[in-house]
Design a protein around this ligand. Structure first.
Ligand code: ADP
Ligand code: MG
Length: 861
């Protein structure tokens, strides 16, 4: 084969990274070839060219300048590609033969560490999944921060999907084995739900990876963890010491919230647009730091189940609300804190520059103040943090002594190390400045010697230092000493042996300083890296303080109250509000009470017209309960919350048509999931369940579901429905109580009072709601007429007692006899009369018009 040596090298490397777009460093560019070039030129909209590769046909090629590569890489990653960076490993100037090259880093959607490509308040997770018969082990990591979690469970009822929806990973590894195939549909569902990059990888867990402790994991968990670490190690080409601990958890350690409920309660993204605006986190997150932002998100995704833990947070929040000076100080200090976790991530992956160290130092500067601010705190959480809080004074001092306050972005051009830190650097820098001064003095000396006043010394990259003399002065130069180097339009440039000698000293010192500065910088960076676990611990404390402060601020500003946490099965809320809706509506939010237990007040059936506020009320109860269990105050006058092990919500099919999930089948399979998994301690939110099918089916199913919940599960349930027939269940089934959302009739209209009261709604006010919605008055009037006739007839009585399709048919038949169809023609006639322009009509036109109108009127029945 006639391939050029460089192309051979390219293909050898590419062969090992087939699934990546290879960025091949050639001088100042990263070039892509063959298929990669075609993909990249299309995706990045850059020109596709070609390059001789030794074969007959030129190799397709495209490239990007190395200094702006980051934005191109980011765009490819966003589109779901992986990018492998291939660097020159030696200086081409000194290379014998072809320059050595190899992959230095692989960037994939789940392994980004560049903060410009990441949302600072959101973790970027990568997951690895290992299937074994019906067991699943998952590991979840964020390389940018060093977080690493592992768990395992039996895969049933969408458990994997539910667990992943907590983390929303951007990439997933599936460790291939004989059971993988069985879960293919599940994997496809996951892919479409999270739109993530999936890699199937061979199991490499037998080649153990040292430096990590796996002793607390079971064998499946270990497989998933080791493979994930291997993958991270291969992509980052670093030892990943900032992943200092592998946190194992059990899914039952936190409130179980399935992926549907998460979306439905709009905890971190809205149902429709998946945006943050209009979600619970949008209301609760007032954190100052990126670390706090990520932690508060985790708290919201993982409500607690243990009373003590919940109370610890609540108590700390209360203390911060009560001590306004402490919290305003803390808030002020936290504002100056950079993303320490991600800086440590960069340090660990050896991509941190001197500016990152300065950011770290500036953050550490506030640590003593923060510690002092919480020194008098009494709450367990804050006083524990105080006692264990490391001010990192030694690290501050190290950076402060060594790193310049305003270092450049690159670490290979010097200007990083402070004067006084290293004698050798100082000496070399002296030599440089002396040399430069000497050169400056030389200019004056030569002017004096030659008498040429305009003589000057300049510098360029090609010739180094030179003396420049204008053409008119050329006769005055000393021919023996001046050596001509370059001719310009009206000047000549010269060098002298003396000048070159000094230049060598200067530039020699310069390159020595640059090298030495780099070495010292890397040494300091490594030293800080050695303290990674200390630094990460403080970072975590800062995140906790920040999140607690955010709860305190939001609770204070929105008039929330501290919930009383119990385990007696009772949820009792006085004047509860919906934390998000109350912020979004223009008018006043009407507060409502709630009483739920496992006995008399177990299943609450809520009726009321459309738009009355049923769905809002249901979600409000779920959100208040969840907020209490994450340790935040709640929007209510008072609240007693008995800890809930899981929250389930199911919304009647036609409510979420936009998500393409409107099939009745989906609705029913989720109801079955609820009925199979809910416990006595669960909270069930059922909104218009049964609406996805015909009235009679739906009604019967709703009826049976309520009966099952009350008699078999005993879970606290809120059931909103437009079937007011269901109000019949109170008194028939234990624990069922009717409530409705009141409306007031005002003449012919209705006013929504939004107040929930005891009793069932006796009518649905559909016509009034339709009127509010702006249906033409003609239609409204007609509907009223039909309704009146219906209510007068004995059909309505039949409908109330027995609901059979035959009755409806009978009703329709009777109605069509009793009620006229719309007389559209009559209206047309009236419109025609109205349209006559009486002032501008001639007598003859008038008589013709009248004649035609009379005829038309005669034609009507
Ligand atoms: P339903 O489910 O009964 O059709 P929703 O819960 O969707 O009604 O509520 C309709 C609208 O009424 C909401 O979008 C909100 O703007 C308003 N609303 C609901 N509850 C309240 C309340 N308690 N106070 C004020 N406005 C409310
Ligand atoms: Mg509703």
């Amino acid at each position: 084969m006639g391939l050029t040596p460089m192309m051979q090298q390219y293909l050898e490397i590419k062969d090992k990274y087939k699934d990546c777009i290879l960025f091949f460093r050639l001088g100042d560019f990263y070039e892509m070839f063959f298929e990669d070039a075609e993909i990249a030129s299309r995706e990045l909209e850059i020109a596709l060219t070609g390059r001789d590769c030794g074969l007959e046909k030129r190799a397709p090629m495209c490239g990007v300048p190395f200094h702006s590569a980051d934005t191109y890489i980011a765009r490819l990653i966003e589109k779901g590609y992986k990018v492998a960076i291939c660097e020159q490993l030696e200086d081409p100037k000194f290379a014998k033969g072809i320059v050595k090259r190899d992959i230095t880093r692989i960037i994939t959607p789940g392994t980004i560490i560049d903060s410009n490509m990441l949302d600072e308040k959101v973790n970027n997770f990568i997951a690895s999944v290992y299937f074994n018969i019906d067991k699943v082990a998952i590991s979840i990591a964020d390389v940018s921060t060093g977080d690493f979690y592992v768990t395992s469970f039996i895969e049933e009822n969408n458990k994997l999907m539910n667990e992943l929806s907590k983390f929303k990973p951007s990439e997933m590894l599936i460790i291939k084995n004989s059971f993988t195939e069985r879960f293919e549909t599940l994997v496809l569902n996951i892919k479409s739900r999270f739109n993530l990059l999936i890699n199937y990888v061979e199991d490499k867990s037998s080649e153990s990876l040292s430096n990590k402790d796996y002793s607390h994991l079971n064998e499946y968990e270990k497989v998933s963890a080791v493979n994930l670490l291997k993958y991270l190690n291969e992509t980052q080409k670093s030892s990943l010491d900032h992943i200092s601990s592998i946190t194992r958890y059990k899914t039952e350690d936190f409130m179980l919230i399935d992926s549907f409920t998460r979306r439905n309660l709009e905890l971190t993204e809205t149902m429709r647009s998946r945006s943050k605006k209009g979600t619970l986190i949008d209301v609760l997150d007032k954190t100052q730091t990126a670390m706090g932002g990520r932690l508060i998100r985790k708290w919201i995704e993982e409500p607690l189940l243990i009373k003590d833990e919940i109370e610890k947070r609540l108590e700390a929040v209360e203390e911060l609300i009560d001590n306004i000076y402490i919290s305003s100080d803390l808030r002020e200090f936290l504002r100056g804190i950079y993303d320490i976790e991600r800086i440590m991530g960069k340090i660990s992956c050896e991509t941190a520059n001197a500016r990152d160290l300065i950011s770290l130092k500036q953050s550490i500067r506030f640590l003593p103040d923060i510690r002092a601010a919480i020194s008098n705190c009494k709450s367990i959480l804050l006083s524990e943090i105080y006692r264990d809080f490391d001010e990192l004074g030694d690290i501050f001092q190290l950076i402060d002594e060594s790193i310049d306050e305003n270092p450049p972005i690159t670490i290979k051009e010097g200007g990083i190390i402070k004067t006084g830190f290293n004698q050798e650097i100082d000496k070399l820098r002296d030599a440089m400045t002396n040399g430069k001064n000497w050169i400056a003095e030389l200019e004056q000396k030569e002017r004096d010697l030659t008498g040429i006043k305009s003589l000057k010394i300049g510098y360029n990259k090609v010739f180094g230092y030179y003396l420049e003399v204008t053409k008119s002065n050329l006769s005055s130069i000393p021919q023996d000493r001046y050596i001509r180097k370059q001719t310009l339009a009206n000047a000549e440039r010269f060098i002298t042996p003396e000048l070159k000698e000094m230049e060598e000293i200067v530039s020699g010192a310069e390159s020595k300083v640059v090298d030495l500065e780099y070495d010292i910088f890397v040494h300091i960076r490594n030293k800080i890296y050695g303290e990674v676990s200390r630094i990460k611990k403080v970072a975590h404390y800062l995140a906790i303080i920040d999140s607690l402060l955010s709860f305190a601020k939001v609770s204070f500003e929105n008039n929330y109250t501290k919930p009383k946490i119990t385990d007696d099965g009772v949820i009792e809320i006085k004047e509860g509000r919906h934390p998000v809706v109350e912020k979004m509506i223009s008018g006043v939010f009407v507060p409502n009470d709630t009483m739920l237990d496992n006995k008399e007040d177990m299943v609450i059936i809520i009726t009321g017209p459309n738009m009355a506020g049923k769905s809002t009320y249901l979600r409000q109860v779920a959100l208040i309960t969840l907020m209490a269990q994450i340790g935040c105050f709640v929007p209510a006058a008072s609240a007693k919350i008995s800890i809930v092990d899981r929250i389930f919500t199911r919304i009647g099919a036609s409510d979420d048509l936009s998500l393409g999930q409107s099939t009745f089948m989906v609705e029913m399979s989720e109801v079955s999931n609820i009925l199979n998994n809910a416990t006595k301690n669960s909270l069930l939110i059922l909104d218009e369940v049964g609406r996805g099918t015909s009235t009679f089916d739906g009604l019967s199913i709703a009826w049976a579901v309520i009966e099952f919940i009350s008699q078999r599960i005993g879970a606290k349930t809120l059931f909103a429905t437009h079937y007011h027939e269901l109000t019949e269940l109170e008194g028939k089934i234990d624990g069922v109580k009717n409530y409705c959302i009141s409306v007031k009739e005002h003449g012919e209209d209705i006013i929504f009072l939004r107040k929930i009261i005891r009793g069932g709604a006796d009518q649905s006010y559909g016509i009034q709601v339709a009127k509010l919605a702006g249906l033409p008055s003609e239609v409204i009037d007609k509907a009223k007429e039909i309704l009146e006739k219906l209510e007068e007839s004995d059909i309505s009585k039949k409908l109330k007692t027995k609901t059979k399709p035959a009755v409806v048919k009978e009703a329709a038949a009777t109605l069509s006899n009793e009620i006229n169809l719309f007389n559209y023609k009559e209206n047309e006639l009236i419109e025609e009369i109205k349209s006559i322009d009486v002032l501008n009509i001639t007598p003859i036109e008038a008589i013709n018009k009248l004649y035609s109108l009379v005829n038309k009127a005669k034609g009507l029945r």
